[in-house]
Design a protein around this ligand. Structure first.
Ligand code: PA5
Length: 470
């Protein structure tokens, strides 16, 4: 049975909660609603013409069938699953796993785990990958490697792939390598697709028109999720339900539109830091996933008419209650330049009672007989109150419970809100031109053919700058 809908509460962002200087009035929201309606209508019309393809992923039954077939092939006997990828080809995998499987998943014995242990690399740190190789080396025959790269040429993923391919080929031979490897990449082009075609590796497509950070609901996120026992049908049903809400023109019925309206509205009022603070360990990595989506999609130098605007909110991940003891001092008393987006869970999948015990000091009596869930939610409400008391606007996204259906809603909520926010900011949310220079200079430093001019440019710049250190 699907759980109830995710809800966005914005009372803590209104002038009635945080005052007229820092809050938005309902009249201001109404004034913006007309523009947002038009934007939503435009986006829906564009969907009919094949744009915003991530919105169609929840109904892509062919993709689900391909993922299920791959799981049937790779799951038997798999004790470990390693995702080789980075950014949009990794963050969603981690977020789904930590939201929907127990915190202890990788530590559980095979019989109680819902699938293989999952390791998502998302980096090329030699100590991290060296340690993983040491750990997995004796168990290669029970390990599946899923290389994910939409472009098929990301340096970090390519390096991870070359290391694993060499290891598997040396230890298990060509046939053993093919049994342990599945590649998720562009269906038509790219270096990785060429390798897959040549070597006949098992593979899954990243659908055309779906960019990395919008791809979690495609084979990119679904394969590792399904391998690890997550119900992808319910995940997609949740996403589809949110997609329907996100098609409603009226922001009062459309949480994605309301989210975009409020956050872009606050950005325009100088609240440029958007802090997502889940009060749930399970939801922490969803906030990491949001960080990439919001930053890479909205942080742009040029707007759609080519004007230099250098726009974009800075997303920040915090965690309740942990960061009450780390960040909240700043959040409450420091610059009033932030909007807070709390994630709250109404009913935790399980709760832990705080026992009564004879001899407990009277000062701790308030905790006794309660539960950790009650404590965590009280802390959320108290922190929100403390922030609003200092005129800091707060939103809450409320999960009736954390399960596949609500997590699917959450993913689609933010993806749809990002598209709308992009339109309100007049930027292209689907490109990332600013990451290219760093990639090119990495190629130049490593001597990639064709990047000789960049290598000279970099050396000249470093020489001119000199070296100053203490
Ligand atoms: O959102 C994006 O497009 C990027 O963050 C990519 O996901 C990231 O750079 C990895 O790219 P690829 O999947 O092509 O290896």
């Amino acid at each position: 049975m699907p759980t109830a809908d995710l809800r966005l509460e914005y009372s803590g962002a209104l002038d009635s909660a945080v005052g007229a200087t820092h809050g938005m009035s309902t009249a201001e929201i109404d004034a913006e609603a007309g523009r947002v309606r038009n934007v939503v209508a435009e986006i829906e019309a564009e969907r009919a013409n094949g744009q915003h393809r991530y919105r169609e992923l929840p109904k892509d039954s062919r993709m689900v069938a391909l993922v299920r077939a791959a799981v049937r092939r790779f799951r038997p006997g798999a004790e470990n699953l390693v995702v080789l990828g980075i950014g949009g080809s990794a963050l969603g995998n981690t977020a789904l796993q930590t939201a929907l499987n127990p915190w202890t998943h990788n530590l559980l014995p095979t019989a109680t785990r819902r699938g293989p242990r999952l390791f998502v690399l998302d980096n090329v740190d030699p100590t991290q990958i060296g340690a993983m190789l040491d750990y997995l080396s004796p168990a290669l025959k029970k390990t599946v490697f899923n290389v994910i790269s939409k472009s098929g040429e990301t340096a970090e993923t390519a390096a991870q792939f070359l290391i694993i391919r060499d290891l598997l080929a040396r230890r298990l031979g060509k046939a053993g390598l093919a049994k342990r490897l599945i590649v998720t990449t562009d269906p038509a082009g790219g270096i990785l697709r060429d390798i897959v075609t040549r070597e006949k590796y098992a593979n899954l497509p990243v659908p055309d028109g779906v960019g990395g950070r919008f791809s979690v609901l495609s084979a990119v996120g679904l394969f590792s999720a399904a391998m690890c026992g997550i119900n992808v049908t319910r995940l997609l049903a949740g996403a589809a339900a949110m997609s329907r809400r996100a098609a409603q023109p009226d922001p009062r019925k459309n949480p994605a539109a309301m989210l975009a309206l409020l956050l872009v509205g606050f950005y325009a009022r100088g609240k440029r830091l958007h802090v997502m603070m889940p009060y749930s360990q399970q939801l922490r990595d969803l906030a990491d996933w949001y960080r990439q989506l919001w930053a890479e999609s909205l942080g742009k130098r040029d707007d759609l008419s080519g004007r230099t605007v250098m726009t974009g909110p800075t997303p920040i991940r915090a965690l309740g209650a942990t960061d009450q003891h780390s960040q909240v001092q700043l959040y409450r008393d420091g610059p009033n330049d932030k909007v807070f987006i709390f994630l709250e869970v109404e009913r935790f999948a399980r709760d832990v009672k705080i026992p009564r015990a004879a001899g407990t000091p009277a000062e701790l009596a308030y905790l006794q007989g309660g539960t950790l869930g009650k404590l965590l939610n009280a802390e959320k409400r108290a922190t929100e109150y403390a922030l609003t008391a200092n005129e800091r606007p707060c939103l809450t996204i409320r999960f009736p419970r954390v399960d596949e259906h609500t997590v699917g809603q959450f993913l689609m909520l933010w993806e749809a809100a990002t598209t709308i926010a992009g339109r309100l900011l007049n930027v292209n949310p689907y490109d990332q031109p600013a990451v290219q220079l760093g990639k090119d200079m990495t190629y130049a430093l490593l001597g990639r053919r064709g990047f000789e001019a960049q290598a000279r440019e970099l050396q000249a710049a470093l020489k001119q700058r000199g070296r100053h250190e203490v």
